[in-house]
Design a protein around this ligand. Structure first.
Ligand code: GDP
Ligand code: K
Ligand code: MG
Length: 298
């Protein structure tokens, strides 16, 4: 019999900065460039999709499981607990340490209530020595019932393939939920806007970037040829900011555009013709209407 196609849902938990985003990018990044992405009904919970010949893994975001301080916190906690119970595998990321802090203890408490297989991922092993890894394993191995314990470096890509292999052990036969070329439910437009914002954040001085938003005005694939025309606007709060964003004879805007374009071409797997504009909208951050218009209505 041919191998069955497996699929299932996986969520990451772990303290801030333990490397969840880095690991997620690493796991899905090695495979595919986006050529299509369709919004789904469960969209706000789905983050990324990994597909290979064995099956499909959908990585979900879990709202933080920090102690609840108010009603909203309580609600988030319930959602988080439900997510932990509903997924097929939980990946818990920790640092290679022999100290189990308060943040970890709270997570352990939550994990003790669920029946989902838990894979302990000890991340950032590139920062310590072999013996420290062993000590960390020793520290953690009995705090929960783990399906697997995997030391990795998400940053360097060390042992990250083992994470995928281990996840598959705990998935059953299932459907292909998304096209094999889907890697995220985020619309391409939004990712392209974020790429421009990221470049602006990195290239501009401190004060301006917080006052900017990026809007994709148009995104059209040319009918013949492998090229997409993208028009985008950087919105800022002051005329003086506009001058800085554009730079001497357009030099700053050109830099932002070039860096963003290169990443868009990788992402879309197409040539990109990017036209960037800069507009001033005073106080856009205080205007519900404008916030909505710029995609921040959540
Ligand atoms: P998150 O808050 O859990 O999503 O953590 P991030 O993925 O944003 O990572 C936080 C920081 O840790 C970033 O500066 C990463 O570059 C760094 N980081 C993540 N994984 C590793 C790793 O394997 N080794 C090292 N040295 N740094 C890492
Ligand atoms: K972070
Ligand atoms: Mg993160």
């Amino acid at each position: 019999m041919a191998n069955e196609f497996k699929s299932g849902f996986v969520t990451f938990i772990g303290r801030p900065n333990v490397g969840k985003s880095t690991l997620m990018n690493r796991l899905i990044g090695q495979k595919i460039a986006i050529t299509s992405s369709k919004p789904q009904t469960t969209r706000n919970r789905i983050q990324t999709v990994y597909t290979d010949e064995r099956g499909q893994i959908i990585f979900l975001d879990t709202p933080g499981i920090n102690k609840a301080k108010n009603k909203l916190g309580n609600y988030m906690l319930q959602v988080a607990e439900r997510t932990l119970n509903e997924v097929d595998v939980v990946l818990w990321l920790v640092e290679p340490s022999t100290f189990i802090g308060g943040g970890e203890k709270y997570i352990i408490e939550q994990l003790s209530k669920i029946k989902t297989p838990i894979i302990l991922v000890i991340n950032k092993i590139d920062t310590v020595e072999e013996k420290d890894i062993l000590e960390a394993i020793d520290t953690y191995k009995d705090v929960c019932e783990f399906a697997e314990i995997i030391p990795v470096s998400a940053l360097k890509g060390k042992n990250t393939d083992d994470v995928i292999d281990s996840i598959y052990k705990y998935l059953d036969e299932g459907p292909m939920y998304f096209d094999e070329d889907t890697i995220t439910d985020q619309p391409e437009r939004q990712i392209c806007a974020e790429l421009i914002r990221e470049k602006a954040l990195r290239l501009l001085s401190q004060e301006i970037p917080h006052g900017i938003a990026v809007v994709i005005d148009a995104m059209k694939v040319r009918r013949h040829g492998h090229i997409v025309d993208i028009d985008a606007t950087i919105v800022c709060e002051r005329d003086s900011h506009k001058g800085i964003i554009i730079g001497k004879q357009g030099s700053m805007l050109k830099k932002i555009g070039t860096q963003a374009r290169i990443e868009m071409e990788n992402l879309l797997d197409m040539k990109v013709n990017l036209q960037l504009w800069v507009k001033v909208k005073k106080d856009w951050r205080d205007s519900d209407m404008l916030l909505k218009n710029y995609g921040y209505d959540k």
